[in-house]
Ligand binder design. Structure first.
Ligand code: FMN
Length: 346
């Protein structure tokens, strides 16, 4: 189908454009202050984190939403699901709307549960989906939680994309009628404090700010079709550190999750330092898998676990959610952003 074709193009373009899509790494603007006396040993440190109030993870990072719906994504999802099971990582799937329209796409999602019967799986669908559709996609993979994606910027760059976006009432309805935790997420353009406030007012408890700095759907969609040139939107949106600063006033009211441009274990640590409870990784893991294979991705994930545990120790933290107490210094640019946006909790 045309839909499956688009999904395949997303995968190949995400792979092709990866790493050249951003000039500087937004996390360089956050420096954690080193302390020489953590007064802890490694046995004191645990990697556990909380994806939502009720879902515990054995690591603070997980595989973020990417694929499903095509032959290629069936194969990728199978590989990713095996890796998630092997490494005990949570995993979100790509948008399941394709499987609602074309039932032959269902297998590419069901494979996630087949390969990983006991893991944490997160369903994914547009915030425009009906509560019934949300129920269907949760059941499709026996999901532990569901992500509703906000992808206005992406839709507008697509010639065949949506042009009407009145989602808040629908999100409220979904939150009330869904019996697994609902996470509302961006797709790489970040979130502002105004958006986060709107979501909280709507009853949303879990927010994934998914910022700019990694996979860039303005660029990906641009490459798919040349009749409209939106290349100047490549820098649109807030980076992940900016989005986390935007979220700081709300971190007691909502469970904040980060994603977007995470490429090192230290990035995961910095997300925790800025208040994220868990961290999703999409493009970097996808590229590792496509370019270097399953074993390389498994090795990477295992290395990340080891490094994150040791850096938690280095930071004097027994667990991920203690990272917010660790002092940091922001780059002039990020500090200026912070002040201009007046995101202080006062
Ligand atoms: N996010 C969604 O919520 N639903 C999707 O269907 C979806 N498809 C994606 C497909 C690909 C190939 C990639 C690379 C990302 C996709 N995303 C989707 C966005 C990611 O979940 C994530 O928000 C974004 O890529 C930023 O993270 P990254 O920089 O680690 O890639």
């Amino acid at each position: 189908s045309q839909h499956a074709q688009r999904k395949n193009e997303h995968i190949s373009l995400a792979e092709k454009l990866y790493g050249i899509s951003h000039q500087n790494h937004p996390f360089d603007g956050v420096r954690i202050i080193h302390q020489s006396l953590p007064e802890l040993s490694i046995q004191d440190v645990t990697l556990t984190s909380a994806l939502t109030e009720t879902i515990q993870l054995s690591a603070p990072f997980y595989i973020e939403a990417m694929t499903g719906g095509s032959e290629l994504s069936l194969k990728l999802n199978q590989q990713l699901a095996r890796i998630a099971a092997d490494c005990d990582l949570a995993m979100a799937c790509g948008s399941q709307s394709v499987a609602l329209k074309h039932p032959d796409g269902i297998d590419s999602f069901r494979v996630l549960r087949q390969e990983n019967p006991n893991g944490v799986l997160i369903a994914n669908i547009s915030a425009a989906a009906s509560p019934e559709q949300v129920k269907t996609v949760v059941q499709m993979i026996d999901a532990n939680a569901v992500e509703l994606h906000l992808n206005v910027a992406q839709e507008l760059v697509m010639p065949e994309g949506e042009r009407s976006f009145r989602w808040l009432d629908n999100i409220n309805e979904i939150v009330q009628r869904t019996d697994v935790p609902v996470i509302v997420k961006e797709v790489g353009f970040g979130m502002s404090q105004e958006t986060i406030q709107q979501l909280i007012n709507t009853g949303v408890k879990n927010i994934n700010v998914s910022g700019r700095g990694g996979t860039n759907f303005a660029r990906i969609e641009n490459r798919r079709n040349h009749e409209n040139d939106f290349d100047d939107l490549a820098d649109w949106g807030q980076t992940t550190p900016e989005s986390l600063l935007e979220s700081q006033r709300f971190q007691k009211e909502a469970h904040v999750i980060a994603s977007g441009g995470i490429v090192t274990p230290l990035d995961v640590i910095k997300c925790g330092n800025l208040g994220a409870q868990a961290v999703g990784v999409a493009g970097y893991f996808l590229n590792k898998l496509i370019r270097e294979g399953d074993d390389a991705l498994i090795q990477t994930i295992n290395n990340w676990r080891v490094e994150i545990e040791r850096v938690l120790l280095l930071c004097g933290c027994r667990q991920f959610n203690e990272l917010t107490k660790v002092p940091h210094v922001l780059s002039n640019e990020l500090q200026s952003y912070f002040e201009q946006r007046n995101t202080r909790n006062d």
